[in-house]
Design a protein. Structure first.
Length: 194
């Protein structure tokens, strides 16, 4: 088993824990610091949320608003069920959602674009993929990288990733979004030994 497969399997426990937590929430889309901690636990790494709870909760109101907007328009649809106009709208909203992490009024110290895409995914697990360097690589989306291998301006690749997943799932109707996400995540990174 590769390192990426082991990482995926371990993260899957955190993935299921957060989905279970969302199911118990009175107001599903009312985000709090606790939601960010679940996402942080799932994503791993060494980033921490470095702001107080009241500040974070205030900023999260805009994130909650966008989640409700997506739910209102697309509800329980799956990505492959979307009409072209809906897909275009979703790509714009997904990018807007992750860009909240870059806006001075809604940026949360320690909560970055990849975390925001994971948060969005948890609320719409059959609609939006998680924006991640490994997934971009596995989906064969060429991205500009730093010397350390991190994606530069990763948010600009989100519409392309959503489109890639849409096309793939339309061509492979028996596959779930999560299946394709895993397939992309565990592919060896081009030019790196795993």
């Amino acid at each position: 088993m590769s390192r990426a497969e082991t990482q995926w399997d371990k993260a899957d426990i955190s993935y299921r824990n957060y989905l279970d937590y969302i199911d118990t929430k009175k107001d599903k889309f009312e985000l709090t610091l606790i939601d960010l901690l679940f996402v942080r636990n799932f994503k791993g790494g060494n980033a921490s949320i470095n702001e107080g709870g009241s500040s974070v909760n205030k900023k999260l109101a805009r994130y909650s608003e966008l989640l409700r907007e997506i739910d209102s328009k697309l509800g329980t649809k799956t990505l492959q069920e979307l009409a072209r106009e809906e897909l275009t709208w979703l790509k714009d909203k997904a990018r807007s959602f992750v860009c909240l992490t870059l806006d001075d009024e809604t940026a949360i110290d320690g909560f970055k674009v990849g975390n925001a895409s994971a948060l969005l995914h948890f609320f719409f697990p059959e609609l939006v993929p998680i924006l991640d360097r490994r997934v971009l690589n596995g989906a064969c989306i060429e991205a500009k990288l730093t010397k350390e291998g991190q994606v530069i301006d990763i948010e600009k690749y989100y519409p392309a990733l959503v489109q890639n997943f849409y096309d793939h799932l339309r061509n492979h109707p028996s596959k779930s979004l999560r299946d394709y996400d895993r397939e992309c995540f565990v592919k060896p990174i081009r030019g790196h030994k795993e």
